[in-house]
Design a protein around this ligand. Structure first.
Ligand SMILES: Cc1cc2nc3c(=O)[nH]c(=O)nc-3n(C[C@H](O)[C@H](O)[C@H](O)COP(=O)(O)OP(=O)(O)OC[C@H]3O[C@@H](n4cnc5c(N)ncnc54)[C@H](O)[C@@H]3O)c2cc1C
Length: 373
């Protein structure tokens, strides 16, 4: 480390360390806390998360068919953060200078980064999360017919993993929309359906299965699922893949309520700052940034925000702006194939599969978080 830099920082900050708080320990919050602790010297960084680990969300379907894979994809916060204070808890409210947790404890900040993305339901420990994948895998192994509810990216990626690793299973997808993976274009949807049809997967469109349609205990496990049209399908188990819900309701009634748009996303400017709040930033899924919502862009969000907080905390207002990611979308289909929508065209095959499906960016993500392998 540069000694002159140290002295410079000491002179600027004096005795009082700036307090930087990140709320939400998904992939974007994780990258942001790491960038802050590395880039902003003489500061205190705190990460508040509901769980003790970060997970790479795009690997979940692989973890369900191969629970051993989860060991590489689920990382304890203390494994990749060196000096950040980790607080396990749920943020319930926030004022201009404090985050208030559900247990009524509070954490003070000079700079705040909101990264609470989508709603999280699941075990709060790494061990519990891995056990959940082991249980899912057991359910899959014991089933003859598996029902996937939802034909978005999560549903399609699960169908891909199941159909490649367990080709003998019958698969059914029940999808509410008129086409699969509709966050991508028509070509991608068509290619996805052709691939599933070739592999014998049964797809129902414009049908939904709500809680009322699930087989209840009174049905003695007959496996009969009722769709919105009244038609039924039979399966031994089901997996819900109905998409993410934005997790910003905890900001209602707080100093930042005005920053929520009508859908619940946080309105940020090009520097990822909340409009009218020069010490508050938002990153990841929760922002209203117009780009494809990709975890891989998380690192770029984090770098821009850490740099801006570093500059602001040193008294400089020469902040940098974020350039939205390119319109690229990729959906894996098992271990070697993927559908890719690029600016120049859409393809299904081994080439995009080589980019995503083999290790699902696990090596790259671990490296970015400071792991040697
Ligand atoms: C099927 C599928 C495939 C995908 N494929 C890819 C891909 O190939 N490449 C890619 O880059 N991206 C992919 N994505 C997108 C990627 O997963 C998301 O963009 C990314 O997870 C968003 O991260 P985040 O950190 O913003 O939010 P989240 O992952 O939602 O994390 C939010 C975190 O905040 C915590 N939290 C929430 N509320 C509170 C609170 N009140 N107090 C404290 N903590 C709180 C939660 O516990 C959680 O840890 C895919 C997504 C899906 C569903």
């Amino acid at each position: 480390m540069n000694i002159a830099g140290d002295i410079d920082n000491e002179l600027i900050y004096g005795d009082k360390k700036k307090r930087m708080v990140v709320v939400g320990g998904g992939i974007t919050g994780a990258y942001t806390a790491k960038a802050l602790e590395e880039q902003c010297l003489y500061t205190e960084v705190t990460l508040i998360d509901q769980k003790g680990y970060v997970e790479m969300p795009w690997t979940r379907r692989r973890c369900m068919v191969e629970p051993g894979f989860a060991e590489m994809c689920i990382l304890l916060h203390e494994e990749y953060l060196k000096s950040t204070k980790i607080v396990i808890g749920t943020a319930a409210s926030v004022t201009d200078g404090e985050v208030i947790l559900e247990n009524r404890e509070s954490v003070s900040y000079d700079y705040l980064v909101i990264a609470t993305g989508s709603t999280f339901e699941g075990p709060t420990t790494r061990e519990g999360r891995i056990q959940q994948y082991e249980a899912d895998c057991k359910t899959i192994r014991n089933a003859g017919t598996i029902l996937i509810i939802g034909g978005g990216p999560a549903g399609l990626e699960l169908a891909g993993e199941l159909s490649v690793d367990f080709p003998q299973k019958n698969l059914i997808i029940v999808h509410g929309g008129v086409r699969l993976i509709d966050f991508l274009g028509l070509k991608a949807s068509k290619k996805a359906l052709e691939w599933l049809n070739k592999r014998g997967v049964n797809v129902y469109f414009e049908e939904r299965i709500t809680e009322d349609g699930l087989p209840g205990p009174e049905d003695e496990g007959d496996g009969l699922y009722t769709m919105s049209s009244g038609k039924t399908v039979t399966a031994d188990c089901h997996f819900l893949c109905t998409g993410k819900k934005i997790n910003s309701s905890w900001l209602k009634g707080t100093a930042f309520e005005d920053s929520l748009d009508e859908r619940g996303f946080l309105k940020v400017d090009r520097s990822l700052m909340l409009e009218g709040h020069p010490n508050v930033f938002a990153v990841g899924y929760i922002t209203n940034m117009k780009e494809m919502r990709q975890g891989l862009l998380a690192q770029k969000h984090a770098e821009v925000v850490a740099e801006n907080i570093r500059k602001l905390s040193k008294g400089s207002n020469k902040i940098i702006t974020y350039k939205p990611g390119p319109p690229i979308g990729m959906v894996s289909l098992g271990r070697s194939l993927a559908i890719a929508q690029m600016p120049w065209g859409t393809m299904l095959g081994r080439l995009p599969g080589m980019l995503k499906s083999k290790d699902l960016y696990v090596g790259k993500t671990r490296k970015a978080l400071g792991f040697k392998s």
